[in-house]
Design a binder for this molecule. Structure first.
Ligand code: BGC
Length: 783
């Protein structure tokens, strides 16, 4: 009897659970429609608004707010336990997983590998290597319990002064698109997602949250959107991050043209769009964002969710748009490791990843100058190391893009690891100074303070006296001077003292150079900067110049490998190094030169019409980077695509042929020198004249050889889609390649063309939507 009762009770229990389960579906990959149908409007609104970022003032009060799931991660999506919807975690990148290294209540550390910054990775021109780095970053993302890494950074280097250029790849959309594709494929192969950012035209940091980037449809399509387009079509990123800025009068995060018409309808994007991290904007209704196809508002504020609810109730937002975004969110969530219950280890293989970072940073370094074969110095014994960044080597940039790395190999250690010692007294002076300067920076509580937790700030240089340089010249076989540059989020760079050398740096280079050269000893300059700087006024004083970028935690080892010939440099510039910053036509209407901390307070915002602040006219139009310098024949310090090697290469047998919708090109590269090395073949195309002007030539493809032994050759094959040969014809809202002769120029830089081949092509047109047009007249640069 007793058993019967129990049996009945059990059956009733089972029944009610079954009924409940029927009424309240629990999310699976196959019941998204059912879950959507079961959601209340409050739950839907919650899912479209992030769980808040504990670091953001006032953002923590949200209903369903997630406590720190992964300490130091940038944000979360909201959990809805009733429907079996877990919170997911997003953390910053792009140079590695940005999370806290230390957590309360445990001695365990959570360091992440510091990989090379974007400019360094792109300068490898090696998509396979970038994909390998992507796999390692993806693995750390997964093993630290993060679902999406907020990267890669894919904005174009419109101007060398942009403070975040170090996070981005290039001034060229094809480099951006193909390197971005490799990175996304690598990361996503690990079962985690990316958030490619900042879509689009986030070309300056000053006033980035409100500046209106006014730009022609042609420049948008051919340059600023093109890299995102190539990457999206090729690798289907899980998420994209909409930029803070406006484009032609509309906030990117509220632009249906950008987020739906172009991104989804034209390119076939299937993932979610999240905003960049901002609160509720006074001048942008949440309704507009929802309708535009911005699925997720980050980091998420309660007022935004409430606004969605109110808007739906008042008919200001169509529930169909809300449901579409919620469905996108659910489709995203079911792919995440957190949803799948992946048991992350919190112990990625940092050692193996250090090896990958070392290899990739070595390959990204660019040798700018090497008079008389100064490098490699194979029998180097003792060097005098000048410059504060020799001792405080900058592994990455500042702001959200920094990584809490376990260590940074500085130059002293890197050289020591290959058996080269540094002069003891100078080393001691600098090392003590670095300790002092760091402590002082902390104590001073200057406005740069937030950077102390967000990367390594640049310390001031010390003055090098003649006596010091003379003493060192007696003790050392060579002088190495490291010139460091730091930059980061929220600030653009100044020309004086940032793009250009400071007086102290100039004095140091000139003094050390005079004295060491008089003693018959070489002077080598290492540029430890994520982006471009001035070189023309001082490069004569150096026998060799190596751009090490901000190469990640293994930096000093990579530099030492290159200096001593253990590695042969094969990096090439992915942006022009101009003689002066003002040589770029965009400089005249780029953000004004000011320090954001001394310029305005929040109250000053919204004045409305300050050039470079409230709006930025892209008068240079399509003539960004080499497209300008090459077409207008302006001299540069080092051209786009440039980079020396310890060996020499010859290009032969250029071939081009049409196959279906593609053009297949190939070139044979031979190592004609005496040491092994890799070379990049860059394919520039000169299009036939048509109804509108075109740049002299444009990069359309590239490939890198494997390591070739002296005398060895490799034939590199590349495919260019016909549609990628087209220009954007605004009048017809179409991609248009004119019929005629296309000249394919194979080069080792934009100025160093080694082989040429031509092809007659039929015309090609592809209609697209007439969207995103400039609302203001622009005085565009013409040939
Ligand atoms: C940055 C993004 C970053 C986000 C989250 C923003 O300020 O622009 O790049 O991913 O913060 O930290």
């Amino acid at each position: 009897m007793k058993h019967k009762k129990l049996g009945l009770a059990l059956a009733a229990g089972l029944l009610s659970t079954t009924m409940m389960a029927q009424q309240i579906p629990q999310l699976t990959a196959n019941n998204i429609d059912e879950v959507l149908a079961a959601m209340t409007i409050e739950e839907k609104a919650q899912l479209l608004v992030g769980g808040g970022n504990p670091g953001f003032v006032g953002s923590g009060a949200m209903l369903g707010h997630q406590k720190k799931i992964v300490a130091g991660a940038a944000g979360t999506t909201v959990a809805i336990p009733r429907l079996g919807i877990p919170a997911t975690v997003v953390a910053d990148g792009p140079a590695g997983v940005h999370i806290d290294a230390h957590r309360d209540g445990t001695d365990q550390t959570f360091f992440a590998t510091g990989f090379p910054v974007g400019t360094c990775l792109a300068s490898t021109w090696n998509t396979a290597l970038v994909e390998q780095v992507g796999r390692a970053i993806g693995n750390e993302t997964l093993e630290y319990g993060v679902d999406v890494i907020l990267g890669p950074g894919m904005n174009l280097h419109r101007n060398p002064l942009c403070g975040r250029n170090f996070e981005y790849y290039s001034e060229d959309p094809v480099v951006t698109g193909l390197i971005g594709t490799a990175m996304v494929q690598g990361i996503q192969s690990q079962g985690v997602g990316v958030s490619a950012k900042h879509y689009a035209v986030n070309s300056q940091e000053s006033d980035r949250t409100r500046v209106d980037e006014r730009v022609s449809q042609r420049a948008l399509r051919e340059l600023y959107l093109k890299g995102f387009e190539m990457m999206t079509r090729r690798s289907q990123p899980w998420t994209l991050m909409s930029a803070y800025n406006k484009i032609n009068g509309t906030y990117a995060q509220g632009s249906k043209d950008l987020l739906t018409t172009v991104l989804r309808d034209e390119w076939g994007f299937k993932g979610i769009v999240m905003t960049d991290w901002i609160g509720k904007r006074k001048d942008l209704p949440v309704a507009q964002e929802v309708t535009a196809g911005n699925d997720l508002m980050m980091p998420g504020y309660p007022a935004q969710a409430q606004e969605i609810i109110d808007d739906v109730k008042a008919g200001r937002v169509d529930i169909k748009d809300v449901d579409r975004n919620v469905r996108n969110m659910l489709e995203y969530i079911v792919r995440t490791p957190r949803f799948k219950g992946y048991k992350f280890s919190n112990k990625p293989d940092l050692k193996a990843h250090a090896e990958i970072t070392r290899q990739s940073s070595t390959e990204g370094m660019v040798l700018l100058k090497n008079t008389g074969g100064t490098l490699p110095i194979r029998h180097l014994k003792t060097v005098a190391l000048f410059g504060v960044n020799s001792y405080d080597f900058l592994s990455g940039g500042l702001g959200s893009g920094c990584v809490n790395v376990p260590y940074v190999v500085d130059m002293v250690t890197g050289l020591k690891n290959v058996g080269v010692s540094t002069t003891p007294q100078l080393t001691e002076i600098y090392q003590n100074y670095v300790k002092y300067a760091k402590a002082k920076l902390k104590a001073d509580k200057n406005p740069m303070m937030w950077f102390l937790d967000q990367g390594q700030p640049k310390l001031d240089e010390i003055e090098i006296s003649e006596r010091c340089a003379a003493t060192e010249a007696k003790l050392a076989d060579a002088a190495i001077i490291t010139i460091g540059r730091q930059a980061g989020e929220g600030m653009d760079r100044q020309i004086e003292g940032e793009f250009n050398l400071t007086d102290n740096e100039k004095k140091m280079i000139f003094r050390v150079s005079d004295i060491f050269r008089a003693a018959g000893k070489p002077v080598i300059v290492i540029i430890n900067s994520g982006s471009v700087m001035e070189t023309a006024s001082w490069r004569d004083r150096a026998d060799a110049i190596l751009v090490a970028w901000q190469p990640g935690e293994e930096g000093g080892n990579s530099v030492a490998d290159v200096l001593t010939g253990k590695a042969n440099p094969s990096g090439h510039l992915t942006m022009t190094w101009p003689i002066a910053a003002t040589d770029h036509p965009s400089t005249k209407n780029f953000a004004p030169q000011y320090d954001m901390y001394t310029y305005r307070t929040m109250e000053d915002w919204g004045a409305g019409n300050i050039p470079g602040v409230d709006f930025c006219n892209h008068e240079e139009d399509i003539y960004v980077g080499y497209r300008y310098f090459d077409t207008f024949r302006r001299q540069v310090a080092y051209p786009f695509g440039y980079g020396l090697s310890y060996t020499t290469f010859a290009f032969a047998n250029p071939s081009v042929r049409v196959k279906g919708n593609n053009v297949e090109v190939s070139i044979t590269v031979k190592n004609t020198g005496s040491v092994a090395g890799k070379e990049v073949a860059q394919v520039y195309v000169q299009a036939p004249k048509g109804a509108y002007e075109k740049p002299a030539k444009e990069l359309k493809a590239f490939a890198k050889t494997r390591e070739l032994k002296p005398g060895e050759s490799e034939t590199l094959k590349m495919v260019i889609e016909k549609r990628d040969l087209a220009s954007f014809d605004e009048a017809g809202s179409q991609w248009k390649a004119d019929a005629g002769t296309y000249v394919f120029k194979f080069g080792a830089s934009v100025e160093d063309i080694r082989a040429t081949s031509s092809l007659k092509l039929d015309g090609y047109t592809e209609k697209v939507n007439n969207v995103l047009a400039s609302q203001q007249p622009l005085n565009l640069l013409k040939q």
